[in-house]
Design a binder for this molecule. Structure first.
Ligand code: NDP
Length: 446
């Protein structure tokens, strides 16, 4: 490791003890862009990266609420306002027991580069709570959301910070959060994205991350005059991103072999078709059952406590959560002929796994580029809200496609290696960095 990088990382480690996910995300970016920064005095001398790793602001707050038994529950709420150089803070809210400051700082840091890559004027933020919506009644989720927003409202706004959904925060939660915000401030505005179509939401927002991921994979494969048609695809997760990634794969003629949840994965060698996917959507979105019920219904294999990466595939799409694919999984994927790994989730591949992909020179698309479709359509939702207008499904889908194409182009600009291999990790990091860094330079030391 070069000396400058080692010094930078040492400093970050000592300033952020007990934040492994945040340190991992910073190390990943710093490792891939330090040489570039060293070659550009305007970034090196102004300590842009040192400034970027420091959130502009972090808010941590108490979220007390009454459960259905009348007992008091207390959760912790967070909003990390990471960087506002190119627009208001923008990024999702995650409700999951594993949420802590480290997880949200890593997600907010990733969001800087992702939002920049979309080409839209969005800064970076992330927030959430250690609240677990699983097993809670609608009434309890509403009570929690109302209490959460009763503090959060003073820190967000349509021109300052616009949260959206993430793990554990879907349509229902966004509805409750929006209702409480509107009630407190007395204004109907675009403070949240991911709203229902009837009340200010954008067409294609639920589909955007999953669809965008497959549009990006298509761009990748086009560089080899190839396409996703006829490819065998393994997917992890069965939530929002996984469902719509699977839907687009099926629509484009690929065979989806696996899906998973936090308990295990199903392997359907016949392929998950449209009807079977509809069953998964009902199972996960309505009855909230475990994925293993799919295996019982469609008579296929279920692997308790395992992840799908041992199944032979052409394309692997980790779409569940961070660090769900390690070096051992990566080596097996490469050995079994996988040609492309594209991240629907944020940081699902460990650094060692990424190293395996880059060494083998298979396509590896980092989440900050490949899953940027979600936040991109959130940006389009903001534009529609500002105009008091809504675009059709076809219009939004076309815009999403062209944004994913442009993100791919931006990755090529800095990611193409002399032998023709495209290092999407470096391409995405440098391209995302340059736009934000230039804006920070223009705005002075703030
Ligand atoms: P959902 O809550 O809709 O789904 C999450 C899925 O991942 C579920 O299948 C869940 O299983 C599984 N999962 C969650 N935690 C774990 C875990 N610790 N181990 C194994 N499986 C787990 O979330 P999304 O689909 O929205 O998000 C998935 C990923 O995509 C996240 O990394 C998120 O940050 C990222 N992302 C999401 C975007 C969006 O627009 N929604 C945008 C960009 C990135 P179970 O059903 O058992 O809970």
């Amino acid at each position: 490791m070069n000396e400058v990088l080692a010094h930078f990382l040492n400093n970050i480690h000592s300033k952020n003890p007990g934040e492994p996910e945040f340190l991992q995300a910073v190390a990943e970016v710093a490792t891939s862009i330090t040489t570039f920064i060293q070659s550009e005095p305007r970034y090196k001398n102004t300590k842009i990266l040192e400034r970027m790793v420091e959130p502009e602001r972090v808010v941590i707050f108490r979220v007390p609420w009454l459960d259905d038994k009348g007992e008091i529950q207390v959760n912790r709420g967070f909003r990390v306002q990471m960087n506002s150089a190119i627009g208001p803070y923008k990024g999702g809210l995650r409700f999951h027991p594993s949420v802590n400051l480290s997880v949200l700082k890593f997600l907010a840091f990733e969001q800087i580069f992702k939002n920049s890559l979309t080409g839209l004027p969005m800064g970076a933020g992330k927030g959430g709570s250690d609240f677990n919506p699983k097993g809670k009644s609608d009434n309890e989720v509403m009570k929690f959301c109302q209490s959460f927003m009763t503090e959060l409202y003073r820190h967000v706004g349509e021109d300052t910070d616009i949260p959206a959904g993430d793990i554990g925060v879907g349509n229902r939660e966004i509805g409750f959060l929006f209702g409480q915000y509107k009630r407190i401030v007395g204004s109907f505005n675009g403070v949240l994205t991911g709203k229902g179509n009837e009340w200010g939401g954008s067409q294609i927002r639920p589909e955007a991350t999953g669809y965008g991921l497959i549009y990006f994979v298509d761009e990748i494969l086009k560089t080899k005059n190839d396409s996703i048609k006829g490819k065998n695809v393994t997917i992890s997760g069965s939530g929002n991103v996984a469902q719509f990634a699977a839907e687009k794969c099926i629509e484009n003629g690929a065979k989806v072999l696996t899906m998973s949840d936090s308990h295990g994965f199903i392997y359907d060698p016949a392929g998950i078709d449209k009807e079977k996917l509809e069953y998964i959507k009902q199972l996960k979105n309505k009855t909230h059952g475990p994925i293993k019920e799919y295996a019982a219904k469609f008579q296929c294999a279920y692997f308790e406590g395992e992840r799908p990466w041992k199944i032979k595939c052409d394309i692997a799409l980790p779409n569940a959560t961070q660090n769900e694919l390690d070096a051992k999984d990566a080596a097996l994927l490469v050995e079994q002929g996988c040609i492309c790994v594209a991240e629907g989730a944020n940081m699902p591949c460990t650094p060692d796994a990424v190293a395996v992909f880059l060494k083998a020179k298979i396509f590896y698309a980092p989440g900050k580029a490949a899953n940027a479709g979600g936040v991109a359509v959130s940006g389009l939702e903001m534009s529609q809200n500002s105009q008091r207008y809504s675009w059709t499904r076809t219009e939004v889908d076309q815009k999403l496609k062209s944004i994913m194409r442009e993100i791919h182009q931006r990755c090529l600009q800095y990611g193409k290696e002399p032998d023709g291999y495209i290092n999407y990790e470096r391409g995405a990091n440098i391209s995302g960095f340059v736009k934000v860094a230039d804006a920070m330079l223009a705005q002075g030391v703030v």
